[in-house]
Write a protein that binds this ligand. Structure first.
Ligand code: CO
Length: 208
């Protein structure tokens, strides 16, 4: 039985509007995608990649998970990065976190949330790595800083994949960015950690 009819109604209206603006939109997009950006963000429904940067279908390759985590052994995320870099030849990888992140908040709590706690161990690790900078802060400030440190950590994790290292070694024009989004006003902030070579990674993050 077909359900959620209201979403199909909205879909038809959206597709018609897109075609009204550009009759060739879907037919040209159907042939190939040439996105310049890979977005790695949180699954949070308030942080939809394309809408935030106001780009249409076809322009952003997207991977999202709870708390925008990039772990060294996550085949899902690594496959997205590899396909984006090696096949699509994207130019920019954006790791975008957000303030008010339920995943980061849950990672700071002591009580259980279920299976997801295993995933959030990665964010707890980030808190441990940055304990000196987080100690003594109010709960809200601690949350905000941990959201930022988490983006920083995941940017470094992206850079440390052999996918990115090989791409840079082979001369790829590829920059990794760390951004954070404010769900209270819709504004993005660049955390000023653009990295486009192994040398720059080592220079900026000397502990690596
Ligand atoms: Co989140």
């Amino acid at each position: 039985m077909k359900t959620l009819n209201h979403l199909f109604v909205k879909n038809i209206a959206w597709a018609n509007e897109m075609k009204r603006n550009n009759p060739e939109f879907f037919s040209s997009l159907a042939k190939q995608q040439f996105p310049e950006y890979l977005w790695i963000g949180c699954s949070d429904s308030r942080v939809p990649a394309n809408q935030i940067i106001d780009l249409p279908p076809g322009e952003v390759f997207v991977h999202r998970n709870i708390a925008n985590v990039v772990t060294h052994t996550d085949l899902n995320c690594l496959s997205v990065i590899q396909f984006a870099v090696d096949v699509l030849k994207i130019k920019h990888i954006i790791v975008c976190g957000h303030y008010g992140c339920s995943g980061v908040r849950a990672a700071m709590e002591d009580h259980e949330h279920g299976l997801v706690d295993n995933w959030l161990r990665h964010v707890k690790d980030v808190a441990r790595f940055n304990a000196k900078n987080l100690d003594g802060l109010s709960a809200d400030d601690k949350h905000d800083r941990l959201c930022e440190f988490n983006v920083q950590e995941q940017v470094v994790n992206v850079c440390n994949t052999n996918i990115i290292k090989h791409a840079w070694d082979n001369g790829a024009d590829l920059t990794i960015h760390g951004w954070i989004y404010n769900i209270e006003n819709g504004i993005l902030k660049d955390l000023d950690m653009c990295i486009n070579s192994t040398a720059e990674l080592k220079e900026k993050f000397t502990w690596i």
